[in-house]
Design a protein around this ligand. Sequence first.
Ligand SMILES: O=C([O-])CC(=O)C(=O)O
Ligand SMILES: [Mg+2]
Length: 574
Amino acid sequence: MAEKEASAARKEPITPVARPRVRGLDLLRDPLLNKGLAFTLEERQILGVHGLMPPAQLNQEQQVYAVMENFHRWQNDLDRYIYLMALQDRNEKLFYKVVSENVELMMPVIYTPTVGLACLKYGLIYRKPRGLYITIKDKGHVSDVLSNWVIDEVKAIVVTDGERILGLGDLGCYGMGIPVGKLSLYTGLAGIKPHQCLPIMLDVGTNNETLLKDPLYIGLRQKRESGPKYDEFIDEFMTAVVGRYGPSTLIQFEDFGNHNAFRLLEKYRRGYCTFNDDIQGTAAVAVAGILASLKITKKSLRQNVFLFQGAGEASIGIAKLLVMAMKESRMSEAEALGKIWMVDSRGLIVKNRPSGGVTGEKVMFAQDAKPIDKLGDVVKQIKPTAIIGAAAVPGAFNEQVLKDMAANHERPIIFALSNPTSKAECTAEQAYQHTEGRCVFASGSPFKEVTYGGKKYSPGQGNNAYVFPGVALAVIASDIRVITDEIFLESAKLLADMVTEENLAEGRVYPPLSNILEVSTKMAVRLLEFAYKNKDAHLHPEPADKEAYIRSLQYNTDYDSFIPPMYSWPESNM
Ligand SMILES: O=C([O-])CC(=O)C(=O)O
Ligand SMILES: [Mg+2]
């Protein structure tokens, strides 16, 4: 019996002991250390915080309960966002415990769509700085600003210049909500430790006149810098990051304008550990959704015709990754390109377009066809099996477009990927209604379950949140220094594989969000195998048990104990 008890005791996880460098009020003000009313009486005395809070002691579970009560008390999601950000600033472990235990409820608040509203009103709701603000005026001194970030162990940065925040356009410095939100998901969805993450706003001004006149605007009140000065500034930033944190630091570009996004990706992708989430992350999640859809539509990739509404970062990124996927399934590049059609603001992208030609990234997708102005007419003529919207034109998938999709195919694929919800090409309800419930639907921002014809439909959320946290975890864990497109194609395939028969039966082409920490963890484990196989990983020796290794790196939302272990010296040593 005694032995049984002893072995049970040995299996108990050992609670880590934290040794805070600060005490008293300073400790309570540090969100990485603060436990609120969860400090024990003993801890309160040791840490010098006894009496600085009410006498009751709550455990973390009770605190989660209190947070959820507060969460539901608020009448709207922007207030909930402000409340949750304050919690993050006060008690990080509690914030992430609440987020990871209630992902489906929390995601729409700390991420799209509410984060979009928060960015629009960032000056109004600004309470406490989070992350680093580096402005074009700091050019020549970027390293100095970076050195003000006192945490040395930064492994990942999400950076924006605010020029194209979701589908909302140029929000300048207000765009900081996006790097903050994305990095919350690094931790909440993949368990990357919060102190290893750094959100950065590169404020180069804004061309948004409303903001320039907004008395609450918190950014530089000047027009956007561009040209050589902008390029030198970004160069200086990249060099400064490597100087401060090393060449393995992951730099995720987020919500840059089209013209800079592609250019900067090409410029830096081979020399730095970097990716563009809007081009590559969105591509992976959309291709995953398409691959999973094929199990519902019972078509092979080559039996599809894809029509993109928009030819920006997301559409081009998805289309390029789709071409890679098609080539892997033994189609030639020409054959693959023949399956991809794009409509931009000037109509169908065709060679010799009379309305101003085709330039840049769009050139490879220009079809040898007659120009057509309207998306609806393109749908009628080319009869796509899938339409993918990513240009923030709400209502682009109108009733007629959806009805034509349903008339042409038994199971049409409709992906309304633009964010936030107000920018979606159609709602989930419209998609199911106008296709008689036959479409395979996914959207970038969440839609609630829809009942149509007495049947319940659960729309999937085709958002890069399914990809970037898992990719980032793999990159950090195995020291991948160049993030290839193959890694994104692999993550797309892994994600599609994680969709169960049960999910497919409900019309879902993504795993449920409630399970997403596990999805990201599994994705990271398998990307590690892929990276070592392809010699992309620089961490040596290669971990034998990759899953155990990945899990050992992940953040634990349980509180640490601050009670130092007590022991006595053996008699003989006295
Ligand atoms: O943030 C999101 O929800 C997805 C994304 O990257 C974008 O829309 O720019
Ligand atoms: Mg984005």
